[in-house]
Design a protein around this ligand. Structure first.
Ligand code: AMP
Ligand code: ZN
Length: 179
């Protein structure tokens, strides 16, 4: 089984489920990029956002509800979270990221990790839902756009600080969380 199917393997084991319904499960991300990082994954075999069409809108609403549920179960506030999809996902089976905005984690190691959640490489749930509703499908970003977004400077999501490198950026994010 290739690494791209790791999520499918993980959801086969019920001990990994934080929440399970008829249509989806919620699991913890194995390499969390923040203090809280969960994935909401449908039971239906949908490979990625690029397979979605308008018939999936009710399913997406269910995934979004489960995203809110896991935040509540953890006793956290919805406003402290980002809920959405990677515009260029790497792992198979559609998955909705539910991630806290602190981004304090030993697994956050690269500029790509940061920019994949904090530029247009991250498609907030509402944006994806609207795009699907209006256009009927989700379009891929062009290679040029992706490369430009990946090269975006490390700009803090909580103040105007721009870091020179990942180690200083991680220290900065940690300082916000300690306040
Ligand atoms: P994406 O870039 O949207 O495809 O993100 C895939 C996510 O799955 C990343 O946040 C990884 O940390 C996470 N991940 C990778 N393998 C596993 C696994 N076996 N179980 C749970 N999460 C995983
Ligand atoms: Zn800051």
């Amino acid at each position: 089984m290739s690494w791209q199917t790791g999520l499918i393997k993980t959801i086969l084991d019920p001990s990994n489920w934080i929440i399970s319904t008829d249509v989806a499960v919620v699991i913890a991300d194995k390499f969390p990029k923040a203090r809280h990082h969960y994935l909401v994954i449908p039971k239906a075999d949908i490979a990625s956002i690029f397979q979605l069409n308008k018939t999936h809108l009710p399913l997406l609403e269910e995934l979004h509800l489960l995203a809110h549920n896991v935040i509540e179960i953890r006793g956290e506030k919805i406003d402290n979270f980002k809920i959405g999809f990677h515009a260029e996902p790497s792992m198979q089976r559609l998955h909705l990221h539910v991630i806290s905005k602190d981004f304090v984690s030993s697994c956050l190691k690269t500029k790509k990790h940061w920019n994949s959640f904090n530029t247009q490489l991250f498609l907030p749930y509402d944006s994806l839902y609207t795009q699907l509703n209006i256009e009927g499908s989700i379009k891929r970003l062009s290679k040029v756009t992706k490369e430009a977004l990946l090269a975006t400077p490390l700009k803090c999501n909580q103040c105007s600080f721009v870091a020179k490198n990942i180690p200083s950026f991680k220290e900065h994010l940690q300082d916000h969380s300690a306040l």
